[in-house]
Design a protein around this ligand. Sequence first.
Ligand code: FES
Length: 227
Amino acid sequence: MTEAEMVPIYIMGKRYTVPGALTIMGALEYAGYKLIRGVGCRAAFCGACATVYRIEDDPKLYVGLACGTQVQPGMHLTQIPFYPAERAQYRLDELEPTFATLVKLYPQVLKCLGCGTCTKSCPQDLQVKDYMAAAMRGDIARLADLSFDCIMCGMCVSRCPAEEAQPNIAILGRRLYGRYLAPKAQHLAERVAEIEQGEYDDELAQMKALPEAELRQRYNTRDIEPE
Ligand code: FES
């Protein structure tokens, strides 16, 4: 198929012919849908555009982000703009970074079957089953690490036979890790203290008085730290 070729697709059961180079999101708009839900960043970051689809004569149910998945001939698709999931209420500064906290806020964590449907349904290819296993072990650092790229699209929730709320459990893990467990950067604490003591006030005032062109020039020629 060349990129210029038109391809037949089905949007919620209705047939359309759309340019084969389009993403699902582009095809929805090409077909005349005005997207007011199920769309956000258009760059595979916000998780608003979770989509399920099948290809004709293929029993498999595929998942993807509408903004980042190219259409295919014979695609039958529909979007899942929002999927309800348990979301615990808490104040982070009142919690402890422990297994007990995870289970208290999300008791269903212990009901995970380990079936792996969540991992199969993640459009980001995250190891959702593995981060849920980390949650069941109380390994908050691993939960935070494995779920770091979750964009909260909710696709795993929609397929989970144990009715887990994986993205919400994962974000609790990342919050606990960031607040209590991540190593603190000593140099950052020192720099913040210097700023609070006014060590940079004069320099900052001078810079604020500079014309924009001078500021841009300084920015573009600044020393950049090696990686
Ligand atoms: S619109 Fe944000 S991920 Fe697709």
